[in-house]
Design a protein around this ligand. Sequence first.
Ligand code: UP6
Length: 274
Amino acid sequence: FLRQTYGQRIQNHTNPAAKLLLETMERKKTNLAVSVDVVKSKDFLAIIDAVGPFVCLVKTHIDILEDFDYSTIQRLQDLSVKHDFVIFEDRKFADIGNTVALQYSSGVHKIANWSHITNAHPVPGPSIISGLSSVGLPLGRGLLLLAEMSTRGALATGSYTEDAVRMARANRDFVIGFIAQRTMEGVGLQSHSVDNDDFLTLTPGVGLDSKGDAMGQQYRTPRQVILESGCDVIIVGRGIYGKDPSLVDEIKLQAQRYREAGWQAYQERISAHV
Ligand code: UP6
């Protein structure tokens, strides 16, 4: 599927959130997702309004907003309509099915009500998918499994990663792809025994100016991620909003820069000779 366009790949998917993401990428010609990890709702919404035109998806950590109230969600949804982007709450669920179903549907954040896509660690086994799916599938939501992580020393490698991919293949209606550092196509398969192994790969740990941070984060370039590793979406946080979330013009410039780098790498990938 690495040579297919995002538009061509829509037909490989049945989940509405997967289709919406691919349609948005094709329509807006962008594989950039921005991760908006700031603690004030005002900054959160201002950054999203600034990067909106350049992104296919906005990734949130809604639980870090210190002045959260549910009206922020309404504003986020309005921006998602205004700028035509998909919403991904990076909740990284990791508990038993019953608990994650409650965390997903309830609490103050009610993630399933507004987030097209969320994600989960496969560590509890397939029951985490059934728990989340009982809430999200009827709403047309999609799930990503964390098959790998960007951090130094991450434990999600080898057979853990392979088992995550097997869990995804067994739940294609709800699991639309992975958080990973490379495409999972064919991972853990002896031969080409699966007809449709087209999952979406969303990849954090992307930066053009830095190799990492002081807390174990590791960055690779859009080119390494999209062209060399076969991922589909670059997720960029601090590389775009930097240290000062109030510099809106600079944020727009950086978003344009990452968008171009990501799209260029994708165009090289789909036109590459086999
Ligand atoms: N994230 C990673 N690595 C992973 C999974 N998720 O960095 O393996 C998330 C972080 C953060 C974002 O929770 O929200 O992606 C990366 O932000 P940054 O670009 O500012 O480092």
